[in-house]
Write a protein that binds this ligand. Structure first.
Ligand code: PAF
Length: 278
């Protein structure tokens, strides 16, 4: 495994590498969820590239950026174990030699949920992901479905910019008690960590009622179940159409998701679950 901090060096190394290039962009603080992306990338490609970069332009909250966990040594050890070939760990200057002033139009996909709660977040994601894809030039790039809205926005951007890359979404990986893996989980207090699996339980209960009770009732049931813990504060529970990310009012056979954001003390957690209405 080779580690580069400059894009020119990475590009030179990849120019001589043979076969299909798979890419997993990350912000580090890697966990089993990232490991599952890299394993899949390893299984489907000849060259496995992983980037570790805490992208400042996608943080709307400076405290969140400051506190974001940074665990480079452990990250590199994990990547070596799961079989990455190339790791790109750039500085801010290497990615943004000049400030990125681009404003993306994501066709409204960024107007709801995370986009509404975190102004500018997805524009920053668009800036960094388009740059990373241009630097690495992968055949395939892998993203986790935990960030379901991000995945939809990246697919949209790749189509709009006609970037020659296939985007693959990979399923959420959970702790044994159901909490979706996230780099931010390690920042939870023990009390908030103990309360957090209620999010998964609420999603499961809600999804089991899909098609049986009205949409708004199911949405409310999930919200109430999470809010039954005094340690969890619901930001949103949205039942959305996968393609538009708009809330639905009636059950349909189109692919649907329930997406939630919850505050657990100082930490914001997001999660989602697939809904199929029989
Ligand atoms: O999902 C993430 O970790 C980040 O948003 C990404 C895609 C690596 C861009 O910084």
């Amino acid at each position: 495994m080779k580690v580069f901090s400059k894009q020119v060096d990475l590009a030179a190394a990849l120019a001589g590498a043979e076969g299909k290039i798979g890419f997993v962009p990350t912000m580090g603080a890697l966990h089993e969820g990232h490991a599952s992306l890299v394993r899949r990338c390893r299984a489907e490609n000849d060259q496995v590239v992983v980037s570790i970069f805490v992208n400042p332009t996608q943080f709307n909250d400076p405290t969140d950026l400051k506190n974001y966990p940074r665990t480079l040594d452990a990250d590199l050890a994990l990547l070596e174990k799961v079989g990455a070939d190339w790791v790109y760990t750039p500085t801010v200057d290497d990615i943004y030699p000049e400030p990125d002033t681009r404003q993306f139009d994501f066709g409204g996909l960024d107007q709801v949920m995370e986009g509404a709660c975190r102004p500018g977040h997805f524009n920053g994601v668009g800036q960094v992901v388009s740059r990373l894809l241009t630097i690495v030039k992968p055949d395939v790039a892998y993203f986790g479905e935990k960030d379901f809205q991000q995945l939809a926005i990246i697919r949209y951007m790749v189509r709009q910019l006609q970037l020659p890359v296939r985007i693959e979404g990979c399923p959420i990986v959970r702790e044994a008690d159901g909490l979706a893996l996230s780099s931010r989980n390690r920042l939870l207090t023990p009390e908030h960590r103990a309360a957090a699996p209620l999010i998964y339980q609420a999603l499961k209960e809600g999804v089991a009622q899909a098609g049986k009770r009205p949409v708004e009732e199911v949405r409310h049931l999930i919200e109430q179940k999470i809010a039954s813990s005094p340690l969890l504060e619901v930001e949103y529970v949205n039942i959305v159409d996968n393609a538009t990310l708009r809330e639905i009012t009636e059950w349909t056979s189109a692919p649907l998701r329930v997406c939630v954001a919850v505050r657990a003390g100082a930490i914001r957690l997001i999660d989602n679950m697939d809904i199929s209405v029989k």
